[in-house]
Design a protein around this ligand. Sequence first.
Ligand code: SF4
Length: 253
Amino acid sequence: SLLNASGLGLVNLGGPVVSADPERRKPAELQALAVAAAADLEGAPAEEIAKWATDTFGERFCVTSSMADAVVAHLFSRVSPGVDVVFLDTGLHFPETLKVRDTVIRTMNVNVRSIRPRLTVGQQDGEYGPRLFARSPDECCFLRKVEPLERALAEYDSWATGLRRDESPTRANTPVVAFDAKKGKVKVNPIAAWTQDDVDAYISRWNVPVNELFKKGYGSIGCWPCTRRTKAGEDPRAGRWAMFEKTECGLHV
Ligand code: SF4
């Protein structure tokens, strides 16, 4: 199996997986693991992909969540209770998003880590001028999302996302496991192959917390200044940075 192929003596005690070898793996080793897993796990159930990730990376693994919904956090809470869930607390989230985060903290067996930017919104306004998001969203996303994620991921060799192929054309080729050469880490997308119907079925089966804004016409939810409602027939991500030629925040490039 892939677990044996990793040869790292991981010990499953029935709860969170403990790595007998806390040494950091080298990028070449991580890349080889990712390439093998991408082939082996394509078409596998999301739970199996999640289990491979937590068995393989142990404490050097985290889930990232935008708290639009808590599907991936929930999936990993079942497979690896106590797993770290990283949330980028930009300071510009809708209250509904923070409500999902707080519900996850209250109801799921995961360790939510809210990571903040180096500058508060007020400090950023002071240094870069107010409403940077309206003038240079790439710069704002770098300060409030990309840099904080890089800082958070420094502790991990691998992270999971909720990216799905059917979310937008830019995500159509998302692999279930990939090596991110820029970060030197393994990115795991256990629900890459899920459709919106699969997500809805999981939410209803497990009663997973979902952002209330979905019921109010939002197709995809990020920071409030850069998110608008979507119209019928629009791509779900059409409401993100709608004033700009921008569809991604830079976290997934
Ligand atoms: Fe800034 Fe908008 Fe990016 Fe949030 S989504 S970090 S407000 S540019």
